[in-house]
Write a protein that binds this ligand. Structure first.
Ligand SMILES: CC(=O)[C@@H](O)[C@H](O)COP(=O)(O)O
Length: 260
């Protein structure tokens, strides 16, 4: 699978915030088998982890860094943060978040499209955190995005896939665009469900970082994602309203007698 110019094999992208300690974070990243970690510049700048040390620590994890603009609420703030990220991490990748509302942390899709256009024209490879709205998706693609990251549910809510119908429609409309469910995942089964819908990958943070045992939870997610992917590749059966006997009755000894 390709994310812009890069060949990617792991279907799990993992966040680097909220862990009990940097050591547990590194162990959890390893256990998740994620190749890509996302780092929030704004969030980390306001914590004790800020500064060169934290950035080098992340670089040392060996994972590819997807800087993000988490917490940005305007186009200007998101664009400036993306530029800082490009300088620090020397990558054209940016996970673009433009938050429009405080209770749901819902993306401001108008600001998102505008920021995506500005950054794409400036050579960034944008991973937009969006809703499942098809029209917004079209506009993001026209703005230069080659990947979409619809939310599963509000960030940190752990609710899973709030709108399976919308996510399925998005998959059907954009069969050739890499789609990553981002945010709101609470359980490994939620991540498996996203992969079973044919999504290319899942990005999550809180469900692992805030678990009682983040390392064990990271392993559970790695297994669930693999299971969901294999399920999709195996072409699962369609749901039916009526029963369809799975045990054949013709040829059984009592069948003829009872039905003769
Ligand atoms: C880390 C990051 O990028 C978050 O903004 C992201 O959307 C993950 O959300 P959860 O913490 O709900 O998994």
């Amino acid at each position: 699978m390709k994310f812009y110019d890069d060949e990617i094999s792991s279907r799990l992208l993992i966040g680097t915030a909220l862990y009990p300690s940097p050591a547990i974070m590194l162990e959890a990243i390893k256990a998740s088998k994620a190749e890509i970690v996302t780092v929030s510049l704004r969030r980390e700048s306001g914590t004790e982890q800020a500064g060169q040390n934290f950035w080098s620590f992340i670089k040392d994890s060996g994972a590819k860094v997807l800087p993000n603009t988490a917490g940005c609420k305007s186009v200007k703030e998101a664009v400036t943060t993306a530029h800082m990220a490009r300088e620090i991490f020397e990558t054209p990748w940016v996970k673009l978040e433009v938050i429009g509302e405080d209770d749901s942390l819902q993306p401001d899709v108008f600001g998102l499209v505008e920021a995506a256009r500005i950054l794409s024209e400036d050579g960034f490879q944008v991973f937009p955190y969006t809703t499942e709205d098809l029209v917004v998706a079209e506009k993001l693609i026209s703005a230069g995005c080659e990947i979409l990251m619809p939310w599963g549910a509000p960030i940190g809510s752990g609710r899973g896939l709030n709108n399976i119908y919308g996510l399925r429609s998005l998959r059907a409309h954009f069969p050739n665009i890499p789609l990553i469910v981002d945010a709101g995942i609470g359980l490994p089964s939620h991540a498996a469900a996203a992969m079973e819908l044919g999504y290319d990958a899942v990005l999550l943070n809180t469900a692992v970082a805030k678990a009682g045992d983040p390392v064990l939870m990271a392993k559970a997610f790695a297994l669930a994602i693999e299971s969901g992917l294999q399920c999709y590749q195996a072409d699962p059966i369609e749901k039916r309203d009526m029963a369809a006997p799975s045990t054949p009755v013709a040829g059984l000894p009592f069948w003829n007698q009872d039905h003769a």
